[in-house]
Ligand binder design. Structure first.
Ligand SMILES: C[S@@+](CC[C@H](N)C(=O)[O-])C[C@H]1O[C@@H](n2cnc3c(N)ncnc32)[C@H](O)[C@@H]1O
Length: 239
């Protein structure tokens, strides 16, 4: 069976052959293996483009391993942290940055579609020369609701990282607009983020980091520390 047929069966979604697509498609989103990776496409980008988990370093990031722990994310996560659970993995851009900084990472994602895209990205990561040369293993991916999964972790991580979807007040920057807008279209806001915060606070060993838009109220009341970026903020809650 083709990889795409297997994927359709796994996700229990229709398998469509691109050569014989009807003019009017009932589906808004599609998954497709293209250019060596799994891509998410909408109706407009069906014939081109598409979005995949980008495993390359972010613009401006050093290509060394471990990458220096100097940006706001690293400061929020803390220098003494070794193990992190990213409970809201999404496009895995924060996860991958943390992986490149050398943290030991576990990822959680509840959307089965996003989980397939992440898994494909992590498989590609495992093939990279720098990963093979250093005998690194891509982060472990757990698929399901973190509110439930966090309670079943064998060991409490030093840090739990949350970046849930908040209601939008303004347009996102050009760099993040497309992938995050598509995510928002498929999944909507994460309305249960207060429950996620409570579960993460109960589970974490030392600290909880929440990334939020700068207009949002801190999720858990006054944080122990806050790191302010241009349009976002990392609130840190220390136990
Ligand atoms: C804003 S995105 C995260 C973006 C990510 N930080 C990145 O760098 O690409 C939020 C993601 O968290 C996931 N999510 C939200 N609440 C969750 C929960 N309770 N359990 C598991 N995944 C969750 C959503 O499905 C979505 O994919």
């Amino acid at each position: 069976m083709l990889a795409s047929q297997e994927l359709a069966a796994r996700l229990a979604v229709p398998f469509l052959e691109s050569q014989s697509l009807p003019a009017e498609l009932p589906q808004d989103f599609f998954l497709c293996y293209r250019d060596g990776c799994l891509k998410l496409l909408d109706k407009q980008t069906l014939k081109k483009g598409g979005l995949a988990v980008d495993i390359e370093p972010r613009p401006g990031e050093q290509h060394s391993y471990p990458a220096p722990k100097k940006d706001l994310l690293a400061q929020a996560v803390g220098k003494k942290t070794h193990t992190i659970v990213d409970a809201t993995t999404g496009w895995a851009q924060d996860s991958l940055a943390l992986f490149r900084m050398g943290y030991e990472l576990t990822c959680i994602e509840r959307s089965p579609v996003m989980a397939e895209l992440i898994r494909d990205g992590f498989n590609r990561l495992a093939q990279k020369d720098w990963v093979i040369k250093r005998e690194l293993t891509p982060p472990k991916l757990l698929v399901g609701n973190a509110i439930e999964l966090l309670g079943s972790l064998r060991e409490a991580p030093d840090c739990i990282y949350l970046d849930p979807m908040f209601p939008q007040k303004r347009k996102q920057s050009a760099a993040t607009r497309k992938s995050m807008a598509v995510l928002r279209d498929i999944l909507g806001d994460d309305e249960d983020r207060a429950d996620l915060f409570a579960a993460a606070w109960q589970t974490t060993g030392k600290r909880l980091v929440v990334k939020s838009p700068d207009y949002a109220e801190p999720m858990g009341g006054k944080p122990s520390e806050s790191y302010q970026g241009k349009l976002l903020r990392y609130d840190v809650y220390i136990k």
